[in-house]
Design a protein around this ligand. Sequence first.
Ligand code: 5GP
Ligand code: MG
Ligand code: MG
Length: 192
Amino acid sequence: MMGLMKISDIADQVERELVSREEIDRKIAETAKQISHDYAGRDLLLVGVLKGAASTLVALADALSIDVEIDYVKLSSYGAGTESSGTVTVRNDLSCDVRGRNVLVVEDIVDTGRTLAWFCKELDRRGAASVETFALFDKPARRTIDFHPKYQGILIPDVFAVGFGLDYAEKYRNLDSVAVLKPSVYSKETNA
Ligand code: 5GP
Ligand code: MG
Ligand code: MG
């Protein structure tokens, strides 16, 4: 494949690969099959949480065998650093009304669980007929509230991950697999 940024292209910044592209592709294919089965014959609105879930949403939609509608929402999350701000707000809202719709929220990663738990409650409040979630990656060790996505992603340890949509300071989203960065990348940032 041409044009993809691979770990070997930024070897000086990467400590190690955490999840291979093969594993990501396998998880997405398996989840798409399950979703196509579960929502067969029903209306489905996929909602991607920007910016991180954009890669996952496109890959998932491409792998579905059912017709879906797609929308995006931008929620506040980590900002430029690696720590959660704690409160969730809508920065760019959906372009559609979710009243009476079956909504599947697509996220890059579930960490403390606060973002998805809050957004699911918000979709309920807006009158969605059903609300389910898929997060491609999952850090169960970091959960501060009891939240389990219906479609479970790839379990990863308590480390800060980048790639396949996940950023550090808006970079590394276009890395084709998921990696842990070298500590020197972060220290450079704080000294800047
Ligand atoms: P929460 O803590 O609310 O479950 O996760 C909020 C958001 O934090 C996620 O949607 C994601 O954007 C970001 N996040 C959590 N863990 C990581 C990580 O390991 N790497 C990156 N780049 N973002 C993360
Ligand atoms: Mg996210
Ligand atoms: Mg981020």
